[in-house]
Design a protein around this ligand. Sequence first.
Ligand code: GSH
Length: 204
Amino acid sequence: MIKLYHAPRTRSVRILQLLEELGIEYELETIEFNRPTESTYAQATPLGKLPVIEDGDVVMCESGAIVQFILERYDREHLLSPPLESPLRGRFLQWMSFAESTAYPPIGIAVWYTLYRPDAPGGAEVVADQKGRAAEALDFLEDQLGEGPWLLGEAFSAADVMLGFTLTVAQLFGVLSERHPRTQGYLARLQVRPAFQKAAAGSL
Ligand SMILES: N[C@@H](CCC(=O)N[C@@H](CS)C(=O)NCC(=O)O)C(=O)O
């Protein structure tokens, strides 16, 4: 059985939502998040980061890789990802990466300076600059979101799960705004899903 190391308000919410969406049995170890002000890789998990899963001999971190691993091992019917030969496969992979590799980094830098280095010289300028870059990534998403309801159209997928955490943080830090009305509507749809609500448990 998969064991998930989870802390509220972290990327482990993605994994918890995915497990809930797929109806997979899992063991949950909820831990306190250690503020990474002095050192990173210092979380109380086997790899020092969040999220981490254990599944038999497999121990891994990196939320996007964990999502893909769970899909490959447990979603053989492709309920939450288009099959390899599907014309939607490329778009699916694009949004999976966009969530963590393009949209999140500038948000993460703004969060870092805001929460952990509030007195850093030039910090306010960095936060403003990175929020601007993040908002431009969301402009791209806003343009690309079709009529929806989801990234791939009618089919909800794990790419939506990946983006849910990113957009929730973007909303909390004022990056997602009226400038992105379609994206706001998309996030609202995501946030009322029972699996999201259970994963976030009122904490995001
Ligand atoms: N790219 C990684 C980022 C992992 C990450 O930085 N997680 C945060 C929590 S959301 C963490 O563990 N922070 C504490 C640290 O950096 O030591 C992923 O997608 O899992």
